[in-house]
Design a protein around this ligand. Structure first.
Ligand SMILES: N[C@@H](CCC(=O)N[C@@H](CS)C(=O)NCC(=O)O)C(=O)O
Length: 212
């Protein structure tokens, strides 16, 4: 398998965690987001959306981190990324989607670039935007974590799920932009516990060969 990745891409970070948890080897092809490598023709021919990550398996390309992770779960069922029961599966998916579909897209590079470029926003405005949407998203997520995480080791249940895989990279991003995380102690405790798991630790941005 080949993963089109970038060390600081949080969507790629999710897939790296997922591959590690499944114990799957892969080769990495780095596309430097800051240099626009994800928009060059040699990548848009792979993923016409021009977004990282994409996974190539047996000559087939899959984009979208959630779709990639569900593909890995279906093709390599152990350990499972979703609970066995329909309610648990729906709950975990709803948490993962709250992060991947509601929080992350608002603070994506192209959105920040549009604010800076076309809307002429200054650095303080862009940082304010970033922190605002983290705050809105994390407020709901914190309450969900309080309700669902009994162990305070995993967001839901007793083993890592898609919810945990999505949470850790989003908390990483929030720390990178120095968001105030004091109002979200459950999310921080969960992320800290998860980051210590070897498969999560090996996926962290600074541990990647293309980290700079
Ligand atoms: N929904 C997509 C999001 C992918 C995405 O937005 N990736 C970011 C990096 S984390 C990216 O490629 N951004 C490039 C840009 O915004 O120009 C997924 O989950 O894979």
């Amino acid at each position: 398998m080949r993963l089109y990745t970038f060390w600081r891409s949080s969507a790629a970070y999710r897939v790296r965690i997922a591959l590690n948890l499944k114990g799957l080897g892969y080769s990495s092809i780095s596309k430097a987001l800051g240099k626009g490598a994800h928009l060059a023709a040699d990548y848009t021919v792979v993923n016409p959306q021009g977004l990282i990550p994409a996974l190539e398996d047996d000559g087939h390309v899959i984009a979208q981190s959630l779709a990639i992770m569900e593909y890995l779960d279906e093709t390599h069922p152990l350990p499972p990324f979703l609970p066995a029961d329909p309610l648990g599966r729906a709950t975990v998916r709803s948490i993962a989607q709250a992060i991947a579909c509601d929080i992350h897209p608002l603070n994506n590079l192209r959105v920040l670039n549009y604010l800076r470029g076309s809307l002429a926003a200054d650095d303080a405005t862009v940082t304010g935007w970033y922190r605002h949407w983290i705050g809105v998203g994390f407020a709901g997520l914190e309450e969900l974590a309080r309700r669902h995480s009994r162990s305070r080791r995993f967001f839901y249940g007793e083993a890592p799920t898609l919810a945990d895989i999505c949470l850790v990279p989003q908390v990483y991003n929030a720390r990178r932009f120095e968001c105030d995380l004091a109002p979200y102690p459950t999310l921080v405790a969960l992320s800290n516990a998860l980051e210590a798991i070897p498969e999560f630790a090996a996926a962290r941005p600074e541990a990647q060969p293309d980290a700079s």
